[in-house]
Design a binder for this molecule. Sequence first.
Ligand code: ATP
Ligand code: MG
Length: 249
Amino acid sequence: MLIKVKDLSKIYKTNSSVNKYIKVLNGISFDLEYSTVLGIIGESGSGKTTFAKILSGLEDYDKGFLEIDGKNISLFDKKEFSNTVQMIFQNPYASFNPKLTVGYSLSEAFDKNIKNKEDLIKAKLLLVGLENDILNKYPHQFSGGQRQRLAIARALLKNPKILIADEPFASLDVQSQNVIMDIFKKIKQEKKTNLVFITHDIASAFEISDKILILQNGNLVKYDTINNIREYKTNDYVNELISSNYLME
Ligand SMILES: Nc1ncnc2c1ncn2[C@@H]1O[C@H](COP(=O)(O)OP(=O)(O)OP(=O)(O)O)[C@@H](O)[C@H]1O
Ligand SMILES: [Mg+2]
């Protein structure tokens, strides 16, 4: 299995004196096979980003266990996390240091002793449809969509097993969204890096994913293949979430 999650729970402390703790993830269990794009959908506050952060080592969990490629993530150090899971975020404007050229930022993704950095960078830029001559430019010289492409290129430089995209379209116009979706489709085809795609947008989740996981208030309410989810209407919440969608032919 690429990802094995068993009984995963996460509790956050709040500032409220009434409810001091909130359970953000509540006993999540599922297995994800290799080469299977996972779409995670669910309302705002359902725990999607929290799960992504746990999977990428940015956040601890309170209970349960999580394995990536057969190894318990509690054994991962920072470096192993960054070589295994990369995450790109909603806001591409915050993802690059404004004072550094993007070439410098991209080359920082590598360990010092790696050779052929330039060739590796070139290959990833090609994948995201950017020219090599952008390397001397600074982040402010790029559009939001271009920055998101740069963020994807940088994430892929480590050839991670998993690339998590958390609402990658949120701050982009439709045209840029389409460009990024095409890049995700290429990544899916290459089968080197497995995508985990988190979104509010059910149509785009169905477009790219093989399996869909639906979260509601920290609970896993549905985890199945796209086809099964389309075919079997099992649960009122699932129906409500996806019935208004044009993809439910
Ligand atoms: N650092 C934190 N401290 C306390 N509570 C938090 C923290 N981060 C998230 N939460 C709470 O955990 C819950 C889940 O948040 P999360 O960001 O995982 O939701 P989400 O599904 O990604 O939502 P959205 O679609 O709005 O991005 C929310 O109730 C949120 O307020
Ligand atoms: Mg979120």
